[in-house]
Design a protein around this ligand. Sequence first.
Ligand code: EPU
Length: 285
Amino acid sequence: MIRCNEPLAKHTTLRVGGPADIYVEPASEQDLAAVLAYCHRHGWQLFVVGRGSNLLVRDHGFRGVVISLAQPQFSRIEVMGERLICGAGAKLKMVAVEAKHNGLAGLEFLEGIPGSLGGGLRMNAGAMGGALFDVVESVRLMSFDGIAHERTAQDMTVDYRSCPTLKDHIALSAVLCGQAGSREEIEQRMNEYSRKRWQSQPAAPSAGCTFKNPASIPAGKLIDELGLKGSRIGGALVSTEHGNFIVNDGTATARDVLALMEVIRQRVRAERGIELETEVEIIGE
Ligand code: EPU
């Protein structure tokens, strides 16, 4: 599926941002390789979007090709013993649900991460003390020249909220590992995580946590301590529920969100001498 001038706001959970010149959902790995070859030949910039849950697109949109692995071919989840072979387009929540159905423990923390596996791998997404690469055995990747290959997780560079290997590769699928466990206990843990999340995080549109946690203090706590919760620029406001979330009241622009991020960063720098690093990925012009 190919569309021109596709509004990217609708492909993000924050719901702001302009259009992509070209938006493509390849139906197969061969299609994807052909799109990559086309981009390379014509010098098009490209960006792979997951479920857009950690993404801020600027208001004038993206000059180039945005690729989404949203077609069914890329969203399969297959269970083999204690392993799950998951397509990059699969929702992390579905991975957690599938693991639960098959009595596989250790993947419960994925239930509340609103992204796709591919996006989750690129940022080593995490929640409830777990991070995605804790449970990844191997990843099937495609380099930008269209060649697919497999790598073990140990062969990839992985950090807190980042996987540099995936800056110049596209994740196609991954093998995740669980351990046989009691379905009731798995369900209980998932319910507990869900309850904690709904208690501490906003339901309004957002891009998740805005900043990475500095080593010394969680960003949300820091922003809270500085009294910035509820601060607003245009339609963007610092969530009153969690200081590290910027929510869209339905009228925000990317410019509002970026301006609010800058206000937070400056206050934190001036009052605590801490340099906040953005967790949300920012693209476009
Ligand atoms: N806190 C406050 N005020 C706030 C927010 C938090 O005092 O407004 C305090 C909490 O009471 C707690 C501490 O700060 O003592 C940490 O807060 P929380 O447990 O909410 O976790 P977090 O470090 O803010 C991390 C991840 C989240 C993930 C949660 C839950 C990062 C940047 N964030 O948040 O991930 O959902 O743990 O496990 O690592 C994301 O990456 O987008 C994200 C939302």
